[in-house]
Design a protein around this ligand. Structure first.
Ligand code: CA
Length: 219
């Protein structure tokens, strides 16, 4: 992950860059607004507001006109106006100097997690002998169409998003039923049982007791 650190004070910028590199980030350190705007694209920008050639806000505004890169503003003043202006200009977070390095790293990770886009959902997918077509809502097993109910299809399609990964009952209820579902999670077990039956081999869906389910290709 490439982090652009915009900080004119070397007493802050240098140790910050060194610390972030130690955390596994690739860091480009620049001292001016002009250098920030001509730097190669980064995955995240740490932006000091007090720069020698322009206000950090201007850098923030210009970066936003051309990219949605996550921006964390770093400032010496805990000023509510600055905070509001920064967020209105599209900054994602705001850190006041002096800040703890651990806290900053945690914020960097949180901001980049929030901005990460989920992987695209495949329209059609083959897992072992199973073929799932999300566009037509059809599932074929060894070339034969399975007569799944809509809920069974949604359940199988959810598990197939990341084969081998555990999906919790809570996630299943939220995704396949309704985020505000107050019913019992027995519903999930009933549908899993019927799905297993239609798949002809219970090993397609592994249970982790008390946690959830994962899709696995039977050996
Ligand atoms: Ca400064």
């Amino acid at each position: 992950m490439q982090v652009l650190v915009v900080e004119d004070d070397n007493a802050i910028g240098e140790p910050l860059a060194t610390g972030l590199r130690r955390e596994g980030f690739e860091v480009t350190l620049v001292q001016t607004a002009a250098a920030a705007l001509s730097a190669p694209p980064a995955d995240l920008v740490l932006l000091d507001l007090g720069l020698p050639d322009a206000r950090g806000f201007e850098v923030c505004r210009q970066l936003r006109t051309r990219s949605s890169v996550p921006i964390i503003i770093v400032t010496a003043r805990d000023d509510e106006t600055d905070r509001v202006v920064g967020l209105e200009l599209g900054a994602d977070d705001y850190v006041v100097k002096p800040f703890g390095f651990r806290e900053l790293v945690a914020r960097i990770r949180a901001v980049s997690r929030r901005s990460a886009s989920p992987p695209p959902v495949p329209g059609s997918q083959v897992i072992g002998g199973l073929e799932i077509d999300r566009r037509s809502h059809r599932v074929l097993l060894a070339g034969e169409e399975l007569p799944l109910t809509p809920k069974e299809f949604d359940l199988l399609a959810l598990l197939a998003l990341d084969p081998g990964a555990m999906v919790t009952r809570r996630e299943i209820l939220a995704e396949v039923w309704d985020p505000h579902w107050y019913g019992t999670s027995k519903t999930v077990d009933v549908h899993i049982a019927s799905l297993r039956k239609k798949l002809g081999n219970p090993k397609w869906i592994e249970t982790s007791r008390g946690v959830g389910f994962r899709l696995a290709v039977p050996q």
